[in-house]
Design a protein around this ligand. Structure first.
Ligand code: 13P
Length: 250
């Protein structure tokens, strides 16, 4: 059976005291719960160290929202995989559509980051997704295929087995307009077919594919019930402990 995962992407929210507050509520709300899903939170860089301490002895895992592909050097403002590991991160979100569209990250850059994360023993949460225009043009599958293939092009089968994919249609992010469970399932199944074609069915059956884009307590259950939807990457709704916990339990 595939891993089932609920990850929270905090984006650019929460200073240290707000972070401590949210994490304490989250941890106490999850204590003594028999969870069937793994829980990962991805706070901003500035809160990672503090939160890492708060998560010791809990089942909640820590991830970052970005990293650079070089080991170290003159890259002002960047963060390396080694730095993330040293604060206790096990995961890193890469290729988020906000990185692609606002900060101009290309498939080529993202593929280097994915490779670096894996060789550093960090698990990439590799994000892909089409824009509204692309969906309306009928090019969703072409876009998804290109993003997947470019992102994993330098990976060995052993490496690709370790990644997590997140399908996040751009038109559903922060808009309150969720993809229907059927729309999401269709793309997830397509992603699995690309993985089968490129590697094998064993690989495609193993990789967790999360859905992201306006996941809320009231729609999580229907999305998560779909065969190829193995979890969620949650934005807005992970900023409140209560709503994030109800998605985790959905
Ligand atoms: P929202 O849940 O706020 O739509 O954000 C989704 C997202 O971008 C998670 O990475």
């Amino acid at each position: 059976m595939r891993r089932r995962i609920i990850a929270g992407n905090w984006k650019m929210h929460n200073n240290i005291s707000e972070s401590q507050n949210l994490v304490s509520k989250l941890v106490s709300g999850l204590t003594n719960q028999n969870l069937i899903r793994e829980v990962i939170i991805c706070p901003p860089f500035t809160s990672l160290c503090e939160i890492s301490n708060l998560l010791k002895d809990t089942k909640v895992e820590l991830g970052a929202q970005n990293m650079h592909f070089e080991e170290k050097g003159a890259f002002t403002g960047e963060i390396s995989s080694d730095m993330l590991k040293s604060v206790g991160c096990k995961y890193v979100i890469l290729g988020h559509s906000e990185r692609r569209t606002i900060f101009g990250e290309t498939d080529e850059l993202i593929s280097k980051k994915i490779k670096k994360a894996l060789t550093s023993d960090l698990t990439p949460i590799f994000c892909i997704g089409e824009s509204l225009e692309q969906r309306e043009n009928g090019t969703t599958n072409d876009v998804i295929k290109r993003q997947v293939l470019e992102g994993i092009k330098d990976l060995t089968e052993e490496e690709v087995n370790k990644i997590i994919i997140a399908y996040e249609p751009i038109w559903a992010i922060g808009t309150g307009k969720t993809a229907t469970p059927e729309q999401a399932q269709e793309v997830h199944k397509f992603i699995r077919s690309i993985l089968t074609e490129t590697f094998s069915e064993t690989v495609s059956e193993k990789i967790p594919i999360l859905y992201g884009g306006s996941v809320k307590p009231n729609n999580a259950e229907d999305l998560l019930a779909k065969e190829d939807i193995d979890g969620a990457l949650v934005g807005g709704a992970c900023l409140e402990a209560e709503s994030f916990i109800s998605i985790i339990k959905a």
